[in-house]
Design a protein around this ligand. Structure first.
Ligand code: 13P
Length: 251
C-alpha cells in the first residue's frame, strides 16, 4: 500500500513573523497518522520551521537544491548535503516555475535529482504540461519526456526512493483545477510508463497531484486510484485549510 502524502510548497512566501504564525497553526493541527505531511518553506526559513515543528510529525523539504551533492564553490546555491545537515528529508526537483522562469532543463534536473539522492534526500520530481501543450494534445508526450529523462539517465530504480508530482502548469495558482478524471488519466499514464520498466517501482511510487488543490476539491481528487496525495501551493499557507487537505488524504 502506498502511504498518502500531502506536501505544502510555500514558494517565495513568508517573513519570519508570518512563518512563526504558520508554524503555530501547523502545531495545533490534528493530522491523520496515515498520511505523510511535509512542508517546503523558502530556504531561509527552513531552520526556523524545523525548530518550530520539533515533535510534530511534519517533514521538511527544500524547494530547490544544487546540481552538486556536496558543499563547494557554487555561489548562491544550497547543496543537498547542507539540506540534510539542516534536517530536510525532501527536495522539489523541476517545479514548473523553475523550468519556466529559471530555464531549468531536463539535463540540469537529472543532475539535481541524482545529487539529492546521493545525499539521502528524497526528490519530488515535478512534471506537467502548459495549456498550449494540453490544447495541442501533447500532455502525455510532454509529461512522458520529463519523466523519461530521469529514467534514461538514472534508471527506473531511481524512483524506488522518489515522489512524482503531476502539476499541470495551467492549473497552478489559477484556480483552475484539473478534473479528477483529467488528473487520473495522466497519473495512470505515468504509472504505466514506469511499469513498462519495473512493475514493483511503478506500484510503490507515490504520485501527487498539484494545481489549485483546496480543501473543497481535495477529497474528490485523492479518491482517484492513481492519485496518492497532493502538492499544495496557495492553500498550504493557511494552516487550517492545509490541515483539512491532509485529513482528506487520510479518508
Ligand atoms: P497552487 O496550489 O497555488 O495552484 O500551486 C500548486 C503548486 O505549484 C505546488 O507546487
Amino acid at each position: 500500500m502506498r502511504r498518502p502524502m500531502v506536501a505544502g510548497n510555500w514558494k517565495m512566501h513568508g517573513t519570519r513573523a508570518s512563518v512563526a504564525e504558520l508554524i503555530k497553526g501547523l502545531g495545533n493541527l490534528a493530522l491523520p497518522s496515515g498520511v505523510e505531511v511535509a512542508v517546503f518553506p523558502p530556504c531561509l526559513y527552513i531552520n526556523q520551521v524545523i525548530e518550530g515543528l520539533q515533535g510534530k510529525s511534519v517533514a521538511v523539504g527544500a524547494q530547490n537544491s544544487a546540481v552538486e551533492p556536496m558543499q563547494g564553490a557554487l555561489t548562491g546555491e544550497t547543496a543537498p548535503s547542507q539540506l540534510v545537515d539542516a534536517g530536510c528529508e525532501f527536495v522539489l526537483v523541476g517545479h514548473s516555475e523553475r523550468r519556466q522562469f529559471m530555464g531549468e532543463s531536463d539535463a540540469t534536473l537529472n543532475r539535481k535529482f541524482a545529487a539529492a539522492q546521493a545525499c539521502g534526500l528524497t526528490p519530488v520530481l515535478c512534471i506537467g504540461e502548459t495549456l498550449e501543450e494540453r490544447e495541442a494534445g501533447k500532455t502525455l508526450e510532454v509529461v512522458g519526456r520529463q519523466l523519461g529523462s530521469i529514467i534514461e539517465e538514472l534508471g527506473v530504480g531511481a524512483f524506488a526512493n522518489a515522489v512524482i508530482a503531476y502539476e499541470p502548469v495551467w492549473a497552478i495558482g489559477t484556480g483552475l483545477t484539473a478534473t479528477p478524471q483529467q488528473a487520473q488519466d495522466v497519473h495512470k499514464a505515468i504509472r504505466e510508463q514506469l511499469a513498462a520498466e519495473n512493475t514493483e517501482v511503478a506500484k510503490n511510487v507515490r504520485l501527487l497531484y498539484g494545481g489549485s488543490v483546496k480543501a473543497a476539491n481535495a477529497a474528490e481528487l485523492f479518491g482517484m486510484p492513481d492519485i496518492d496525495g497532493g502538492l499544495i501551493g496557495g492553500a498550504s499557507l493557511n494552516a487550517d485549510e492545509f490541515g483539512a487537505i491532509c485529513r482528506a488524504a487520510g479518508n
